[in-house]
Design a binder for this molecule. Structure first.
Ligand SMILES: *Cc1c(COP(=O)(O)O)cnc(C)c1O
Length: 385
């Protein structure tokens, strides 16, 4: 069985975790700040707030930006449900912007169209969450330009994107956004088992997210409502959560980040080899916008169904039966029963619908061997020939 994605853990990673197990702190020790500093160095951000998942990071990012009841958040329909759920956690409502037909990312053209209508209806979003699907950045400069014109905030969902670049700068530097969120789930580019981080260049957003990840508590006297009662003293200023990352997870993250260049190199190589091997087949291969360097979290093909004498579902299940655990990223979120239940509007978006009829994620991960990749290529060729 070849999974679609998989972590790559080496001896250095194992030793990093064991060392923490033998130390004084399993959590709230030195590893989390060290991991955050490593993230800042890697993506050129000023502040990093490490948490126990990207889902938690998205939640506190929304809260730090003031998302609440009555607010509207927009995201892409072609993403994991967490990109939209975060707004619902805050009591806001969610709407979806259709994707670009080539990159499958939130389309800046569709975004502008929707903003024009929303402005007339007085229903502008407070926050837009572009998602860097497969690790290819959205067109952030255009989205940022629109945010100035229509006055919304931006959270980049870069769960797939660490190690990717936009305009030759690392994803996560927040040049065109308020906050960027990364995931460290084992299928993502680098892992902490479970974990996530929010990066920002704004000190207030960083301080707010730091409080929210730990119960809304501060020990900073300058923020307190009265003078400290003593060295034990802290104040809860708002309702936060326990979203902290442990030192065990952070140590694994530090070690994994040291291997990021190697991971991205291998993913690029696999993607290039796929694209060469699939030339001439009735497939739409992943297209790259000239401003982007993908981290290649996913390699998504689309079946040209008029030239493939089988259905999408048949091709998918034949690949699975051949031991290739392909996947589909993603079901348009508005098709989920829960979203149908809470949505008053009929949101079928043509590009998202079309994408969902054709897309298949084929396996890509750094530890994939040449013979495994060959097996996948041969299996796909045999099935669609
Ligand atoms: C994985 C993922 C998340 C959630 O990440 P967790 O760390 O598992 O919470 C959010 N958005 C996207 C696009 C993802 O792929």
């Amino acid at each position: 069985m070849i999974p679609y994605g998989k972590q790559d853990i080496n001896q250095q990673d194992i030793e990093a975790v064991v060392k923490v197990l033998q130390s004084d702190f399993l959590t709230q020790g030195p590893q989390v700040p060290l991991f955050e500093a490593a993230i800042n160095r890697t993506v050129n951000s000023q502040y990093a707030v490490a948490v126990n998942s990207a889902t938690s990071a998205l939640h506190i990012a929304c809260l730090a930006l003031g998302v609440g009841k009555g607010d509207i958040v927009w995201t892409s329909p072609i993403t994991f449900v967490a990109s939209a759920n975060c707004a619902l956690y805050c009591g806001a409502s969610v709407d979806f912007v259709d994707i670009d037909s080539e990159t499958y990312n939130l389309s800046p053209i569709e975004l502008e169209k929707k903003l024009i209508v929303a402005k007339q209806q007085n229903k502008l979003p407070k926050v837009v969450i572009p998602v860097h699907l497969a690790g290819q950045s959205c067109e952030m400069q255009k989205i940022h330009q629109l945010s100035l014109e229509y006055n919304f905030k931006i959270i980049e969902d870069a769960a797939h994107g660490i190690g990717g670049k936009y305009q030759d700068k690392p994803i996560g530097n927040c040049r065109y956004s308020d906050i960027t969120v990364f995931s460290f789930h084992p299928v993502k580019i680098v892992t902490t088992a479970e974990g996530g981080v929010a990066t920002t260049n704004c000190p207030n957003l960083s301080a707010s997210m730091q409080r929210l990840r730990s119960h809304g508590i501060t020990r900073d006297e300058s923020l307190m409502t009265e003078p400290s009662h003593g060295d034990w003293y802290y104040q809860q200023l708002e309702l936060g959560f326990n979203y902290r990352m442990s030192d065990l997870h952070a140590a694994l993250g530090i070690s994994q980040l040291e291997r990021l260049t190697e991971f991205i190199y291998k993913r690029n190589k696999l993607a290039k080899d796929y694209s060469e091997a699939f030339l001439g087949l009735p497939l739409t291969l992943p297209q790259q916008h000239f401003d982007t360097n993908s981290s290649w979290h996913l390699y998504i093909i689309r079946l040209q169904l008029s030239d493939v004498s089988q259905t999408h579902r048949e091709v998918f299940s034949k690949l699975r039966r051949a031991g290739i655990l392909v996947n589909l990223h993603y079901i348009p979120i508005y098709k989920q029963p829960y979203y149908k239940k809470i949505s008053s509007v009929n949101t079928a978006l043509p590009q998202a619908e079309h994408y969902y009829e054709e897309a298949i994620s084929i396996p890509i991960y750094p530890a994939m061997s040449t013979s495994q990749q060959q097996k996948i290529i041969e299996a796909l060729k045999n099935i669609i020939k």
